[in-house]
Write a protein that binds this ligand. Structure first.
Ligand code: ADP
Ligand code: MG
Length: 416
C-alpha cells in the first residue's frame, strides 16, 4: 500500500513538476509578451506625443498665417468683401467699412443683396461673378454709401476656390476713386477754360483796333456838333457803349493774359484799408445805404508777399460784388481775425448782407463770363481767382440765397 502510494506520489509529483515547468515556461513567455507589449505601448505613446506636437506646431503655424493674412487684409486701402456660395458676407475688411460706411460686425453673415443690391442700378457685380463664374477685371462703378451718397469706385471681382477647385464663394476688391474723379473733372474744366481763354484773347485783340477807331471817330463827330445840338444825346449813348465795350475787352485781356506778378512785402492791414476807402467812395457815388464795418486792427503789422496792383484789383472786385449785391442797403464787413493763420495762410473775409446766391449760382461764380447781372461781364471773380492763385492763395465762398455772402481769401503768411 505504501509502494502504491509512493508510486502514485512519484507520478503525481512528476506530473506536477512537468505542469509547473510548463506553467513557468508559459508564464515567462507571457511576461516577455507583456514586456514587449508594454514596450510597444510606450513606443505608440511616444509616436502619439510626437504627432501631437507636430499637429500643434502646424496648427500654430496655420493660425499665424491666418493672422498674418488678416492683418494684411485689414491694413489694405482697398475694400475687400467676400461672400460664400449662398451669397452671404464672409469677409468685410476695415477699408470696406470706411468706403461703404457699414460696420463689419453688422454685415457679417448677412446676404450681400440685403445690404447692397437695392442701391445698385446695374445689379450686384459680385453676385454676377458668383453665379456666372465670370471674373471682372478693373472696371468702374458707383457704390452707394450707407448715408445714401454715391462713391465712385474702381473694382475687380474673383471666384474663390479651395485646393481641389471647388467653388467657395466670390470676392470683390474695390478702391475709392472720388478724389481721382474730382481731379479729372477739374482737369476737364481747366482744359475748357484754357481753350476759352485762348479764343477770347484773339477776339479781344481783334475787337480792340476797330473799337479804338470808333472812339476816335466819335470824338471827331462830337467836335463838329454844336453844344446844344440834340444829337449829342445819341452820341453820348454811343460813347457810353464804347467805353463799356472797352472795359469788357480790357477785363478779357486781364483774364486771358498770364498774370505777371511783381511781389512785394505788403502790410495786409494797409492794403485792406485802402480798398475799403475806395469802396466807400463807390458806395457814395451809387447813393446806396451801405454801412461799412472794418475789423482790421489785427491785420496791422501782418505781412504778405503780393503784387499791390493785382491784389488790390482782386480785393476790389470782391468788394464791388458785395456792394452790387446790396441794392437795398446793408452792411459790408471787411475783417481779419487774429490767430487765424490757418496752416501757413493769413485769411481775411469780405462779407455782405446782400441777396446771397442759390447753390447753382455759387457753383459757377468763378467761371469766366458767368454773370447774373444785366450789365455784368462775368469776369470779376474769374480774375480774382486767377490773381489769388498766382499768389499761391485760395478762396472760400459761403453764401445762401437771401442771407448774404462771405468771401474768405487766404494768402501765404510771410514771417516778418
Ligand atoms: P459780374 O459781377 O460781372 O456778374 P463776377 O465774376 O464778379 O461777375 O460775379 C459772377 C456772379 O457771381 C455775379 O453775377 C453774381 O451772380 C454772383 N456773385 C458774386 N459775388 C456776389 C455777392 N457778393 N453776392 C451775391 N452774388 C454774388
Ligand atoms: Mg463782379
Amino acid at each position: 500500500m505504501m509502494e502504491v502510494k509512493d508510486a502514485f506520489s512519484v507520478d503525481v509529483y512528476r506530473d506536477l513538476h512537468r505542469a509547473f515547468v510548463e506553467f513557468q515556461n508559459r508564464a515567462e513567455k507571457l511576461s516577455t509578451a507583456y514586456e514587449a507589449m508594454q514596450q510597444d505601448f510606450k513606443n505608440v505613446n511616444i509616436e502619439l506625443d510626437r504627432k501631437n506636437a507636430q499637429l500643434a506646431g502646424s496648427l500654430a503655424q496655420k493660425e499665424e498665417v491666418q493672422t498674418y493674412l488678416n492683418s494684411i487684409l485689414e491694413s489694405m486701402d482697398n475694400g475687400v468683401i467676400g461672400v460664400n456660395t449662398a451669397g452671404e458676407i464672409t469677409h468685410f475688411n476695415k477699408a470696406a467699412g470706411i468706403i461703404t460706411g457699414y460696420n463689419a460686425e453688422k454685415v457679417m453673415g448677412r446676404p450681400y443683396t440685403e445690404i447692397f443690391i437695392t442701391q445698385e442700378s446695374r445689379g450686384s457685380t459680385l453676385l454676377k461673378t458668383l453665379q456666372s463664374g465670370c471674373e471682372l477685371l478693373r472696371d468702374e462703378r458707383v457704390l452707394w454709401h450707407k448715408d445714401g451718397h454715391p462713391v465712385p469706385v474702381s473694382y475687380q471681382t474673383a471666384i474663390l476656390k479651395d485646393g481641389n477647385g471647388r467653388k467657395l464663394g466670390a470676392v470683390e476688391i474695390f478702391s475709392d476713386i472720388s478724389r481721382l474723379k474730382a481731379m479729372e473733372r477739374e482737369m476737364q474744366q481747366n482744359r475748357t477754360m484754357a481753350a476759352l481763354g485762348e479764343m477770347s484773347a484773339t477776339v479781344a485783340h481783334e475787337i480792340r483796333n476797330p473799337l479804338g477807331a470808333m472812339g476816335v471817330w466819335a470824338g471827331l463827330l462830337e467836335r463838329d456838333l454844336e453844344p446844344k445840338d440834340s444829337r449829342r444825346k445819341t452820341l453820348n449813348k454811343i460813347t457810353e457803349g464804347l467805353s463799356r465795350l472797352n472795359k469788357i475787352v480790357s477785363n478779357l485781356l486781364v483774364y486771358t493774359r498770364p498774370v505777371t506778378t511783381e511781389f512785394r512785402k505788403l502790410e495786409l492791414g494797409a492794403l485792406l484799408e485802402e480798398i475799403v476807402d475806395f469802396t466807400e467812395i463807390e458806395i457814395e457815388r451809387l447813393g446806396v445805404n451801405i454801412k461799412v464795418d472794418k475789423k482790421l486792427k489785427d491785420a496791422e503789422n501782418l505781412f504778405v508777399l503780393a503784387d499791390p496792383e493785382k491784389m488790390s484789383q482782386a480785393i476790389m472786385n470782391v468788394c464791388l460784388n458785395a456792394v452790387q449785391a446790396m441794392n437795398d442797403g446793408g452792411t459790408l464787413a471787411v475783417s481779419f481775425e487774429k490767430g487765424k493763420k490757418e496752416r501757413g495762410f493769413s485769411a481775411f473775409t469780405i462779407s455782405d448782407t446782400g441777396c446771397g446766391m442759390e447753390s447753382e449760382v455759387l457753383e459757377k461764380i468763378f467761371d469766366p463770363f458767368f454773370t447774373t447781372k444785366e450789365n455784368g461781364t462775368g469776369l470779376g471773380l474769374a480774375i480774382v481767382k486767377k490773381i489769388v492763385e498766382s499768389h499761391s492763395g485760395h478762396i472760400d465762398v459761403n453764401s445762401s440765397s437771401g442771407n448774404g455772402t462771405s468771401v474768405k481769401i487766404f494768402l501765404p503768411y510771410l514771417k516778418d
